[in-house]
Ligand binder design. Structure first.
Ligand code: TTP
Ligand code: MG
Ligand code: MG
Length: 497
């Protein structure tokens, strides 16, 4: 059996390619190259720089050497020893992300961010004429606007469904646009790896491969019954319908999100039970902060635990009614973590609330019962700067200043620059700005009083801004090192549908 297609078009897909998917190219690394003229055109790796660090992303120049997201930084260093290894600067990435999302918001009221660098936009809801020519023009203009406002490139996919639009932007990378003309979907998709279908991870791909299925076309040809037999009812049926293009998932604006979650990866595995409980309580509080910020409440509390061996599990508990009470969420999360064996070590913990509602049915009994516990458990400072974070940049608040590579600095005499490296009591700084020519390097003692942490400089629109002498001093706590969870494609620290 072939794909369920007539003349190559697919059911469950719009007649016009009015769903736009944008994804920024090598996002963190491109932002670093835009900020640091000496790194343009060179391999750059952004991520945890500690011994247990993991690569967040690599510039396309570093990818040539095989460096990839989620790879151990130690392995990346072996593959590409000459790359610049930089600590993430989330403040900057968030600023760029906000500017990009603002541009998307001008196209349509229906914008669904998936991560800092990625979103779906429903152009039809934005009143764009549903023709290929019109949506292509909007996509090209968007790419120019993003370049002008942020200095960075993003790739755009345009298609009649979310799945196809995302595949299109991936195909268009880097710095491109691909529009999938209605009617050509199955021809394009058929030969692609089954892995392009959402929900086909390594395990599913392996199960399919053992049954001789490696391409999207072969999923369609296998038929629904065979897929259900291989993968179970829900997964098999869902996969079959995606692979045959039945993807009518709507673009959902952020306010309609179905869950809120936060998570933290720890630089060192947690083995101490009390510490695990404390971190879960902290995450529950942060999760509720996000929930409240979104004006929502939820009924199901979920925890996520990734163990030392990367095995990941979730546990959930559904309450009698929706809540946004930190005590209730913290209690549920505490009960859930009790059911998980963490003795061998925990890499990552997460807390989420799903089943969101716009209102709160106050659970007065639970609230009363939890008041005392809440008072006990409340940490003096919920934004505790000692909270671990995802990248290997360790907290600096209570220790002597450490100069992580990539971070901004100001020197009383030489102005603004960034840390190129440090060790044996010395720190090397390159003095350059986003708008300057590649700058010179100078070395200082780590405790040089003329040197202090700086702020990210704007990437564009500051051409006439002189590097200037330092203004007011900023404390290390303002830097990236105390940032919370890394927002990423996995929904880390994000509001996700
Ligand atoms: P991606 O969009 O997946 O990757 P990218 O933008 O770096 O490169 P591409 O051109 O292929 O889109 O992720 C966006 C950012 O999210 C990325 O720059 C860094 C961060 N990230 C992580 O921190 N960890 C990860 O495992 C991944 C995949 C991304
Ligand atoms: Mg990207
Ligand atoms: Mg992305």
């Amino acid at each position: 059996m072939r794909l369920s297609v007539v003349c190559g078009s697919i059911k469950g897909v719009r007649g016009a390619p009015t769903i736009l998917h944008l994804d920024m190219d090598a996002f963190y690394a491109s932002a670093e190259q835009a900020a640091k003229p000496s790194l343009r055109g060179k391999p750059v790796v952004v991520g945890g720089i500690g011994p247990r660090g993991v690569v967040a992303t690599a510039s396309y120049e570093a990818r040539v050497f095989g460096v990839r997201s989620a790879m151990a930084t130690a392995q990346a260093r072996r593959l590409c020893p000459n790359a610049a290894y930089l600590t993430p600067r989330f403040t900057l990435y968030r600023q760029v992300s906000e500017a990009v999302m603002e541009l998307l918001g001008r196209l349509s009221p229906l914008v669904e961010p998936l991560s800092l660098d990625e979103a779906f936009v429903d152009l039809e809801a934005g009143g764009v004429e549903p023709t290929s020519a019109a949506v292509r023009a909007v996509g090209e203009q968007l790419r120019r606007d993003i370049r002008a406002v942020t200095g960075l490139s993003g790739s755009v996919g345009l298609a009649g469904s979310k799945m196809l639009a995302k595949i299109a932007s991936e195909e268009a990378k880097p710095d491109g646009l691909l529009l999938i003309e209605p009617g050509t979907e199955s021809g394009l998709l058929g030969p692609m790896s089954a892995r392009v279908i959402p929900g086909v991870g390594p395990a599913t791909a392996e199960a399919l491969r053992r049954a001789g299925i490696t391409t999207v076309a072969e999923i369609g040809e296998a038929g629904e019954a065979e897929l259900v037999r291989l993968l179970g009812k829900a997964h098999g049926a869902g996969l079959y319908s995606m692979a045959t293009g039945h993807d009518d998932r709507p673009v959902v604006a952020e306010r309609d999100a179905k869950s809120v979650s936060v998570e933290d990866t720890f630089e060192e595995d947690l083995t101490d039970r009390t510490r695990v409980q404390l971190e879960i309580a902290r995450l529950a509080d942060r999760c509720v902060q996000r929930l409240r910020a979104a004006g929502r409440s939820g009924r199901t509390v979920v925890i996520k635990v990734r163990r030392y061996d990367f095995s990941t599990l979730t546990r959930s508990e559904t309450l009698r009614g929706p809540t946004d009470d930190p005590g209730v969420v913290r209690e549920a999360a505490a009960r859930l973590i009790e059911t998980v064996d963490t003795t061998a070590g925990v890499r990552l913990l997460g807390v989420g609330v799903t089943g969101l509602a716009d209102y709160t049915q106050e659970d007065l009994f639970a609230q009363a019962a939890n008041e005392a516990a809440e008072a006990l458990a409340r940490t003096p400072d919920p934004e505790d700067a000692a909270a671990p974070e995802a990248t290997g940049a360790e907290p600096v608040a209570e220790r002597p200043r450490r100069w992580f590579p990539g971070l901004d600095v100001r020197h009383r005499e030489y102005g603004t620059g960034w840390v190129q490296g440090s060790g044996v009591g010395r720190v090397t700084v390159r003095f350059e700005q986003p708008w300057s020519a590649p700058g010179r390097v100078r070395t200082f003692a780590v405790d040089d009083p003329a040197l202090e942490p700086g702020e990210p400089l704007p990437l564009v629109g500051a051409g006439d801004q002189p590097p200037g002498p330092p203004a007011e001093p900023s404390s290390p706590e303002d830097g990236e090192a105390g940032e919370p969870a890394l927002p990423g494609p996995s929904g880390v620290g994000s509001v996700s549908p």
